[in-house]
Design a protein around this ligand. Structure first.
Ligand code: PLP
Length: 229
């Protein structure tokens, strides 16, 4: 039998999808309500093509510049792909991000929200958005602090009329992810938001059991990344 990371990408995708359905089932939920985002950062277009050939439609990248190199051609060849920006977004990259991405998971400050709304209006392209929450209040990490979530939701949804889907988090590496997933779910409920972008290769089953609507899975699908993440 092949080692897990030597299996073809299609087989690994099928395995992850099976685990998602099983986790949802365990919790009395439906796997059909969970979008699997294949995180293709650092991986070349050939590997992405293999995933597309296996039926994958949602992909995630964390850098605008890298996505600009890989995705215009891929999107032209496969117009129904849905591209998610899962990494931090600098204000000077907003125009490019709005032009390329279908969903932005890293809205985390008023200035960025206003810039996205402005470029969306100017371009006629309006990416769906998630607000990233720094649930662990880690100084080095992106995301709005929990105490400021409500004000940012109000700005995005009510003042700027952005298509706001939900909240996203990346739990601290050394803490139980379940606590952060539960906290994010509570914050989303409190603000009337349905979308929960949470769970990565190490904890996506747990995230699904706790109500994730979007899981972001890289390594379990594409294998290990080089050091340049
Ligand atoms: C890289 C990345 C992922 C995927 O991580 P894996 O552990 O490889 O599944 C998910 N979310 C974000 C924000 C990332 O940057």
């Amino acid at each position: 039998m092949l080692e897990q990371n030597q299996q073809p990408i299609g087989a690994r995708l099928a395995e992850v999808r099976t685990q998602i359905d099983a986790a949802a089932d365990n919790a009395g939920l439906s796997g059909d309500d969970v979008s699997l985002i294949a995180v293709s950062k650092t991986h070349p277009a050939e590997k992405i093509e293999q995933a597309i050939a296996a039926g994958q439609r949602h992909f995630g990248e964390n850098r605008v510049q890298e996505a600009q190199q890989k995705w215009p051609a891929l999107k032209e060849a496969h117009p129904d792909m849905v591209l998610h920006l899962i990494g931090g977004l600098q204000s000077n990259k907003v125009k490019d991000a709005v032009a390329l991405f279908d969903v932005i998971h890293s809205v985390d400050r008023p200035k960025l929200a206003r810039a996205i709304a402005r470029h969306a209006e100017a371009s006629g392209r309006s990416p769906r958005c998630f607000i990233q929450v720094n649930t662990g209040e880690e100084p080095q990490k992106g995301g709005v602090l929990p105490a400021d979530v409500e004000a940012l939701v109000t700005l995005c949804r009510d003042d700027l009329a952005m298509p706001l889907e939900g909240l996203m988090c990346i739990p601290p590496a050394d803490e139980a992810a379940a606590l952060h997933f539960a906290f994010l779910r509570t914050l989303a409920q409190r603000n009337g938001l349905k979308g929960l972008s949470m769970g990565m290769s190490g904890d996506y089953e747990l995230a699904v059991e706790m109500g994730a609507t979007h899981v972001r899975v890289g390594t379990a699908i594409f294998g290990p990344r080089g050091t340049l993440t």
